[in-house]
Design a protein around this ligand. Sequence first.
Ligand SMILES: NC(=O)c1ccc[n+]([C@@H]2O[C@H](COP(=O)([O-])OP(=O)(O)OC[C@H]3O[C@@H](n4cnc5c(N)ncnc54)[C@H](OP(=O)(O)O)[C@@H]3O)[C@@H](O)[C@H]2O)c1
Length: 306
Amino acid sequence: MKYRRLGKTNLRVSVIGMGTWQFGGEWGKSFTQAEVDQMFDAAREHGINLIDTAECYGPHSSEAFIGNAIARDREKWIVCTKFGHVYHGHLDRTDERSPQDAIKQLEESLKALKTDYVDLLQYHSLADHEFDNPELQQTLIHLKEQGKIRHIGNSVRGNADAHQTLQSEKAQVEVLQVIYNRLDRRPEQRDFPYAIEHDLGVLARVPLASGFLSGKYKPGAQFKQGDVRAGQKREELDRKLREVEKIAREEVPPGVPMAQWALAWCLQHPAVSAVIPGCKDVQQVISNADAAGLQIVRDDHPQAWK
Ligand SMILES: NC(=O)c1ccc[n+]([C@@H]2O[C@H](COP(=O)([O-])OP(=O)(O)OC[C@H]3O[C@@H](n4cnc5c(N)ncnc54)[C@H](OP(=O)(O)O)[C@@H]3O)[C@@H](O)[C@H]2O)c1
């Protein structure tokens, strides 16, 4: 494993983290505690210390699985969670992001995680006007002063513009979480230059483009009911899968597993601190961890990012 400093937080995170939306059951698979424990054992063995979860991956259920899995060595993990929703059922949640909601959701997260602090509390896909609420921003700053959260992050909704990124200093946001992968490079335009200039940590989420950059799905692929990907529009899905086929042909070196290549590709950008691929089993945890050792050369030379 390799480790990087998470921007001004000075936390030392493994470049490969664990995304855990999957544990909430919205990816066509339910989990048992025993399976999750095995995945965390594999993560430990391979040097992963970074976990991304959220309040609404199940009703705090992803957090509860994690809380049990890391109870014996909690202090060794960098636990990142989020606030902003209440979960009601499969792919059914409401936006709840007043200052009181943030406090209540954090209390429930701490209980589920069996801990008295999280390393990073992230705004979870808020609209700009919701994020801009000064009372909400002050609430997070106060939670940090109380020691319930060590750092403040923003998991920015979509990649439409960089409004929230550019407000990071004002809101004392130290870490950005953005969608970044070989199919969606928009953060390179404004988010990453800002992050570098202001020493923000960057977590690249959806680094496998929801699993498509593993190369295992072909145009026409069907996802079973209960898998969040089943809801994607056919045309859009096939367009992405055709692009993946082209990338596989033209960019991925022979013999390199495409999922590992896709993670290493994200890590080549100097703004990116870590990737947080979502994992569904022990093999995926191990394969993703192995991407840390993969040396690849991107066609766009780092000079272009200066
Ligand atoms: N708004 C937000 O804040 C937000 C939104 C989305 C995600 N996230 C976070 O970011 C994390 C990552 O994003 P994501 O899970 O949506 O997408 P992702 O990481 O791009 O894709 C995850 C999927 O890829 C497949 N996969 C993973 N490792 C693999 C491997 N080694 N080989 C082949 N296939 C592999 C698995 O699905 P299959 O095996 O079924 O194909 C897995 O469910 C989430 O878990 C969550 O923690 C945050």
